[in-house]
Design a protein around this ligand. Structure first.
Ligand code: ATP
Length: 218
């Protein structure tokens, strides 16, 4: 199988996450290998978003272990994890409405200290010519699909080790859904490791090297 020789980039072992007394994630384990596109599918409320938040430090896992390149990262804050390359495209996009497209993209590179930010901005504009045409337009005035492109572009600006996508197709018109899945496939072909959370199981499985199914936090 394709992933046998690849390094384990991200491993999650018996992770549990609770909101107060409510156990939303009940001890899940999975792995993402370098270069893979892995999908996490499941119905509304299964615990997919909670899992991504635990991976990015927005929530703290109550128990279990999360490793990046074999090093335990559980309990680290969101800032440190973003710098280490765990970068999420959140459900609902989280665009900065009063900033331009260019400024939103620069925010994605906020943690970087190298001098290749402009090169990466051109790469993002290559993936999304529509963002380049509108680079001075305010984020809040973009269509849903354009905002999704911008959210993905902003995450790429952080040079993710693993790009974590939370339901990128949600709420978009069918043509835009096609476009977003095409772009996710392109990004993966360019060598980015992807963890794709989706309710749209059929489409997610078409792209994925492997997939995990979540049901009621398991
Ligand atoms: P969706 O596709 O709707 O985002 P999901 O699989 O991502 O679903 P989660 O959002 O992770 O599911 O939710 C998992 C469980 O945790 C649900 O039962 C949900 O009601 C609960 N939950 C989520 N956020 C909170 C919160 N802030 N406080 C309390 N319970 C929460």
């Amino acid at each position: 199988m394709k992933h046998d020789n690849a390094a384990v980039l991200l491993s999650v072992h018996d992770v549990k996450v609770a909101y107060g007394g409510i156990q939303a994630v009940k001890g899940i384990s999975f792995e993402v290998h370098a270069g893979e596109l892995v999908s996490l599918i499941g119905a509304n409320g299964a615990g997919k978003t909670t899992t991504l938040k635990a991976l990015t430090g927005l929530l703290t896992a109550g128990s279990g272990d999360i490793r990046l390149h074999g090093v335990s990262i559980r309990g680290q804050g969101a800032w440190d994890l973003a710098r280490q390359g765990l970068v999420m495209v959140p459900e609902g996009r989280g665009i900065f409405a009063r900033m331009t497209i260019t400024e939103n993209l620069l925010m994605g590179a906020f943690t970087r200290r190298d001098d290749e930010v402009e090169v990466d901005m051109e790469r993002v504009f290559g993936l999304f010519p529509r963002l380049k045409e509108r680079c001075s337009q305010l984020g809040g005035t973009l269509s849903g699909g354009e905002q999704q492109m911008l959210a993905i572009g902003r995450a790429l600006m952080a040079r993710p080790q693993v790009l974590l996508l939370d339901e990128p197709s949600m709420g978009l018109a069918p043509l835009m859904v096609d476009k977003i899945f095409e772009v996710v496939a392109d990004i993966h072909r360019q060598g980015v490791t992807v963890l794709l959370v989706e309710q749209n199981a059929r489409r997610a499985l078409q792209l994925a090297s492997r997939a995990y199914v979540m049901e009621s936090g398991e």
